[in-house]
Design a protein around this ligand. Sequence first.
Ligand code: GAR
Length: 210
Amino acid sequence: PLRIAVLASGRGSNLQALIAARDAGTLPVEFVLVGSDKASAGALELAQAAGIPRLALNPKAYPSRRDFDLDLFARIEATGAELLVLAGYMRILDGEALHPWVGRMINIHPSLLPKYRGLHTHRRALEAGDLEHGASVHYVTAELDGGPVIAQARIGIEAGDHEDLLAQRLLAYEHRLLPAVVRLIAASRLAYAAPDGVALDGERLSAPLE
Ligand code: GAR
């Protein structure tokens, strides 16, 4: 099984979707760590219930973002994780600290990237009058929500949709999208190899997959 670590700041329903897929025998992964920047995150409780090692680090205990991220990534590296999954992890990552993880760290973001990087994606899609909305799983690079997109789930925006309802409808699709992408990576059908020291951007997604 692919050794994966998950970072989550909140309730952890996407983590739960991964655990459920693993339990159902449809996702060949071993969870080596669930980490959070919030000691109260629901994701940590889910991890405990599933018997997964947990890590909660307080950003306020570090002199800088880079110090926090370097410690976080060092601890994740020490678990032997092969893939790091951001599932509702709400902190911006330091570009230098994350660099060694480029190509082996993915994030799920609730918009049809490149639309609506950042926060309040559902509200922004509604305010723009969009007819469709969605979620994206992408490789993480130093550019916020800007790394190469791997896969997206797309839903229609319906009359009567509001921010919470749209978020809730989309979430059910996120819960299928994220395990599906991790499944592809676990099957080694996706690789994103970045030569050392090369700046990464979205264009590299078109590089040949092995
Ligand atoms: C999900 O909708 C995820 O796409 C979003 O946070 C939610 C976490 O829910 N992620 C981001 O906004 C990342 N910037 P969960 O804790 O129930 O998985």
